[in-house]
Design a protein around this ligand. Structure first.
Ligand code: F6P
Length: 357
């Protein structure tokens, strides 16, 4: 008999359900007695003992369903060590609820912050298996996270749709793409959508170079320019600020991004008409794309295999086209970022895309 807990934590994304279904189907098909308990709303469910038993029917029909059947929440790692408003020790509470249910393992689906807590629980002696979830693709130890490809599709479609209206009106358009502090989503959607300028956090931009790129295009006869701008894009000047100073600057934005400031600067310095489009959380919503359905199912299935073998303490990831297991301590606390010297960036530049650097 195996007793498994499951939870989804942090910002949701496509294919969370497909991944959980992958784990569950693998365990159920192994013909071993299995009980699966789903903790509700991320780590909160584990802390406060909010869970329900999941049976085969819970996993039926969810392969294509976006979001998470368990609900999710954000619980920053630094708050995990602090007692809640009633003085409850969260880490101890999680351990107690795990042991009360006599779990053999807890499957945790999440991104960066989630992995720090998952590793903490491992250090506290719990059996943990994690799955890499995030549209940002910024998780260390895996070449790809599920949700990323679906988000690339949605952001690309947003750029595609803007192309026609930008061309009709001869405007400069900024499409702001999610990705938190990294540029994988913007880089990939920008290239797929034929953006002329791509601004990502890993390559600080010079606004004058951005404007030069737009002017050059217009001098060559193009009526419009498309910029794919990561929500975390940063100018060369701002990159010199301390973390505290930059945070203060961001507080002045209506939406914590630089897109509107960039639009303003372009309009003022070039005299061109500029518009900003923010697809926002649509990038995390809706059904997973076929790639993510397959990918998340494979990761889930491998997680199920590890559980059946009793191998714990790993994230199931993807490296060099192989599904791999990565020790949790190697994943936790590290951010994967776009390498400005990587071949994809060089190729994008050879295609004539400006990074404003
Ligand atoms: O981590 C996924 C993500 O969608 C980021 O791209 C974005 O910065 C953030 O979450 C938004 O978070 P929230 O849903 O809490 O507003």
């Amino acid at each position: 008999m195996k007793r498994i807990g499951m939870l989804t934590s942090g910002g949701d994304c496509q294919a969370l359900n497909a991944a959980m279904r992958g784990v569950a189907k693998t365990l159920f098909n192994a013909k071993e007695d299995v009980e699966i308990y789903g903790f509700l709303d991320g780590y909160k469910g584990l802390i406060y003992g909010k869970f329900r038993m999941l049976t085969g029917s819970d996993f039926s029909g969810i392969l294509t369903k976006g979001g998470t059947i368990l609900g999710s929440s954000r619980m920053p790692f630094k708050l995990m060590r602090e007692p809640d408003e009633n003085g409850l020790n969260k880490v101890e509470a999680m351990k107690q609820n795990y042991h009360k249910l006599q779990l053999d393992c807890l499957v945790i689906l999440g991104g960066n912050g989630t992995h720090k807590t998952a590793n903490l629980l491992k250090e506290e002696g719990l059996n943990i298996i994690t799955l890499p979830k995030t549209i940002d693709n910024d998780l260390w130890g895996t070449d790809m996270t599920f949700g990323f490809q679906s988000a690339v599709n949605i952001a690309t479609e947003a750029i595609d749709n803007i192309h026609t209206t930008a061309a009709s009106h001869g405007r400069v358009f900024i499409i702001e793409v999610m990705g938190h502090k990294v540029g994988f989503l913007t880089l990939n959607a920008g290239m797929a959508g034929g953006a002329d300028v791509i601004l990502i956090p890993e390559i600080p931009y010079d606004i004058n170079k951005v404007i030069d790129a737009i002017k050059e295009r217009h001098d060559r006869g193009s009526r419009f320019t498309i910029l794919a701008v990561a929500e975390g894009a940063i100018s060369k000047e701002d990159a010199k600020l301390s973390k505290k100073e930059y945070k203060k600057k961001l507080e002045n934005y209506t939406y914590p991004s630089v897109s509107y400031e960039i639009a303003d600067q372009i309009a003022k310095k070039s005299g061109m008409e500029v518009r900003v489009t923010v697809p926002g959380h649509t990038q995390r919503g809706g059904t997973p794309c076929p790639y993510d359905r397959v990918f998340a199912s494979r990761l889930g299935s491998e997680a199920g295999k590890l559980i059946l073998k009793g191998e714990y303490g790993f994230m199931v990831g993807y490296k060099n086209r192989e599904i791999v297991k990565v020790p949790l301590e190697e994943v936790a606390g590290k951010l994967k970022m776009v390498d400005p010297g990587s071949s994809i960036v060089k190729e994008a530049k050879m295609l004539g895309i400006s990074f404003g650097d």
